[in-house]
Design a protein around this ligand. Structure first.
Ligand code: ADP
Ligand code: ADP
Length: 223
């Protein structure tokens, strides 16, 4: 899935300008990092892609669609095409690993056999097959984050977004999580990861978009 930002700006109702004149193009199948200090606009940029927020200026084209031309009715379809991983993984502790990963599929009303097949495939990809019946609370921080990734990919999205996915993990686990994103990218998924962990990003050898006060100040190889 391809992403294009053309001179995109976002001003919140508070008057805070979170993004300004942001332009970049992420090709189908590309992997890139989004970095910058806290408050630089990373989450806002991801929220625009997910249509959680709408831009105030400029054009965003995703998968050939101009997001401003999409009606509200289309938003759930758009979201289903995008897998999202959060820092605090947003798992539900009142249900098993299996049911956490199955959530996005149950929303779209798939049949149980298909759901079970997809959930097992997603857990297999993150190395957690066999933990379906556990409560996520019983698993380690790294494993919990991998459940979050399995849930993000269970719909086989063509675009995977992550917002500080390694924020709570030690360096070794962080590297494992980044390697997982790389594996999804290898099979053709477009991946955009927001992270302020510069040493980790530098080791990954991918494109890095650097935001500073809402503007892209660097777009290139690993910095
Ligand atoms: P980052 O993810 O890089 O930390 P954010 O996109 O969260 O940056 O924030 C960019 C700027 O926009 C910050 O100044 C932040 O305070 C502001 N901001 C973020 N969300 C909102 C909101 N919902 N309402 C008002 N201001 C916001
Ligand atoms: P239980 O141990 O009572 O089955 P679970 O939460 O693990 O509790 O599962 C509840 C339901 O979810 C199962 O009855 C089944 O329909 C489905 N399910 C859970 N795990 C799997 C699995 N590994 N394969 C297929 N379906 C599963």
């Amino acid at each position: 899935m391809e992403i294009e930002f053309q001179r995109v700006g976002k001003k919140y109702e508070t008057g805070q300008e979170a993004l300004s004149q942001v332009s970049f193009h992420l090709q189908q199948g590309e992997m890139a990092f989004l970095t910058g200090h806290s408050g630089a606009g990373k989450s806002t940029l991801l929220k625009l892609i997910m249509m959680i927020e709408r831009q105030s200026h400029g054009k965003i084209i995703i998968d050939g669609e101009d997001l401003l031309s999409l009606s509200r009715k289309y938003i759930p379809f758009h979201r289903r095409k995008v897998g999202v991983v959060f820092q605090n993984h947003q798992l539900l502790f009142d249900r098993s690993v299996f049911h956490n990963v199955a959530l996005p599929l149950q929303v779209s009303g798939a049949d149980p056999q298909h759901v079970a097949k997809r959930v097992r495939a997603a857990l297999d990809k993150v190395g957690l097959l066999g933990k379906e019946k556990y409560n996520p609370m019983a698993l380690s921080g790294g494993e919990q984050q991998r459940i979050g990734i399995a849930r993000a990919v269970v719909n086989k999205p063509q675009l995977l977004l992550a917002d500080e996915p390694t924020g709570n993990l030690d360096p070794r686990l962080s590297a494992e999580i980044m390697n997982l994103f790389q594996e999804f990218n290898r099979v053709g998924v477009t991946v955009l990861v927001a992270s302020h962990d510069l040493s980790l990003i530098a080791r990954m050898h991918h494109r890095v978009l650097t935001l500073n006060q809402g503007r892209i100040v660097n777009d290139g190889g690993f910095s």
